[in-house]
Each structure stands twice: as C-alpha cells, then as structure tokens.
Design a protein around this ligand. Structure first.
Ligand code: NAD
Length: 249
C-alpha cells in the first residue's frame, strides 16, 4: 500500500512552484489531490483544481465544500499559497500590509478552519504550512514578508498545541530561496538577472537555489501518516542558510 493511499490532500497555491511540486509528490504517493489556487487552469490535469482565493472566507469555504463533495473528505491540508513584498517598513502602505498578512497568515487560519471538521474526522490528519528562511534570518528589504512568515511559524506551533488532542498534527517547512516562477519573476525585474541569481545562490551555504521538489519531499514527510510523533515543528530546506556559518573558500 502506498504512503498516502485513501487520503485526500488539499494544496493551496498548488498550481505553481513549491505547491505544484507538493501536489505531484502527494499524488505520486497515492493521495487524491485537490489544488486550491487563484489560477486553477495552470494546475496539472491529474489534480482536481478549484478556483479559490485564500484571502476571501466565502471563496475558501466554497472551495472546501466542493472538494468534500467530490472527494468525500479531507485528511491533509498544505497551506502553501503566499505572496511576496519588498522593502523596509516604510515601503508599503497600510493596505499592502493588510493584504499580504491576509494572504500569508490569515489565509492559513481561514483554510484550515474551513477544513477542520473534516480533519477531525480523519484518522491521519495533518496540516503543513509554508514558512520561509525570512522567518528566522533578518533579510534586507523584506520587512513585511518576513513579518508574515514569522507569524506562520508561530501560528504553526499554536495550531499544533490546539489540535494535538484532536489527532491533528501541524508542522511547517522553511525553504531558502527556491527555484520557482516566483523567483523567476523577481530575477526578470533585476537590472542584471544573472548577477542577481548568482548573489541568491551564493547566499545559501550549499551554493545553489533550493529545488521545489526538495521542499515537496519535506512537506510530504511532515504530512505522512508515518510521521505520527512529529508535530509543532519546522523543517528548514535552505541549504544550511539558517544554521551554518562557513568560512570563505
Ligand atoms: P509561486 O508564485 O510559484 O506559486 C504560488 C501559487 O500561489 C500560485 O499558483 C498562485 O496563483 C497562488 N496564490 C497566490 N495567491 C493566492 C491566493 N490569494 N489564493 C490562492 N492561491 C494563491 O510561488 P512559490 O515560490 O512556489 O511559493 C510558494 C510558497 O513558498 C509561498 O508561501 C512562499 O512565500 C513560500 N516560499 C517561497 C520561497 C521561494 O524562494 N520561492 C522561499 C521561501 C518560502
């Protein structure tokens, strides 16, 4: 029997990048996967793709109802949808602060709350949130984004405490800079994309960008029914960026 057989997984932001790699990894392991995304047409055809905006409660609740109608329940929620923000604390106005926190933080609470009755009914319930190296390392010009991802880390631990006795595990991953369309868009905007890419690669001790599939494997580990004793924790997938201090070569 495959690891995720007979389990239903919801992946927000599953039409691109880390979310798409995670949806594929869970499906390869036997899960039936529903992708909730602003852009469902971009999702791989082997998943159920539902248009949903994690920033909007009615949209999320309708999407979760749709998934349950079609797949019969929900065992795993991967809260991966997220957006970026650049600049220091003065760079974004109140509306932008509210928008980014709404997607990156409240979106996780909203999506998981909508799925909660189904998670409570599951015998292998797991939630995995996508935080970031920006939660634990001070990166320049990422004030709002870092605040949102620090909140994801704290929220993960609080959720894990609240739902442990209901049999729901909650964990997160903390990727370093990952080679996804998101980073592609950032590089396109840089005055010298090749130099910018080289700088991002050099920032990580292992000297390259993280592959989306590497993050997906960590998410799959945390979501797996084999990981029953793992809750309230965060796995860094960052080439050593958070923990290591190498001397220059
Ligand atoms: P991506 O832009 O390639 O994919 C994000 C997906 O989320 C897209 O399909 C998009 O349509 C969807 N999405 C965005 N807003 C949404 C909303 N309001 N409702 C529903 N779907 C929405 O990005 P990615 O690089 O794969 O990033 C995925 C997650 O990983 C994000 O939470 C991001 O913060 C985090 N992360 C990324 C990196 C990186 O370097 N790429 C590093 C650390 C953490």
């Amino acid at each position: 029997m495959q690891e995720f057989e007979n389990l239903v997984a919801v992946v927000t932001g599953g039409a691109s990048g880390i979310g798409a790699a995670t949806a594929a990894r869970l499906a390869d392991g036997g899960a039936r996967v529903a992708v909730l995304d602003l852009n469902p047409d971009a999702a791989d055809g082997r998943f159920i793709a539902v248009r949903a905006d994690v920033a909007d409660r009615a949209s999320v609740e309708a999407a979760i109802r749709d998934v349950v109608d079609r797949l019969g329940g929900i065992d795993i929620v991967i809260n991966n949808a997220g957006i970026g923000a650049q600049g220091d604390i003065a760079a974004n106005d109140d509306a932008e602060w509210a928008r980014v926190l709404n997607v990156n933080v409240t979106g996780i609470a909203r999506t998981t709350a909508a799925a909660l009755p189904h998670l409570r009914a599951s015998r292998a319930a797991a939630v995995v949130n996508t935080s970031s190296i920006a939660a634990t390392a001070g990166l320049p010009q990422r004030a709002l984004y870092s605040a949102s991802k620090g909140a994801v880390l704290s929220l993960t631990r609080a959720m894990a405490a609240d739902h442990l006795r209901e049999g729901i595990r909650v964990n997160c991953v903390s990727p370093g800079t990952a080679d996804t369309p998101w980073i592609g868009r950032l590089l396109e905007k840089a005055s010298d994309p090749a130099a910018e890419r080289a700088a991002l690669e050099a920032r990580q001790p292992h000297g390259r960008l993280v592959a989306p599939g590497e993050v997906a494997d960590a998410i799959a580990y945390l979501a797996s029914p084999l990981s029953r004793s793992t809750t309230g924790t965060c796995i860094a997938v960052d080439g050593g960026m958070h923990e290591l201090r190498l001397r220059p070569e």
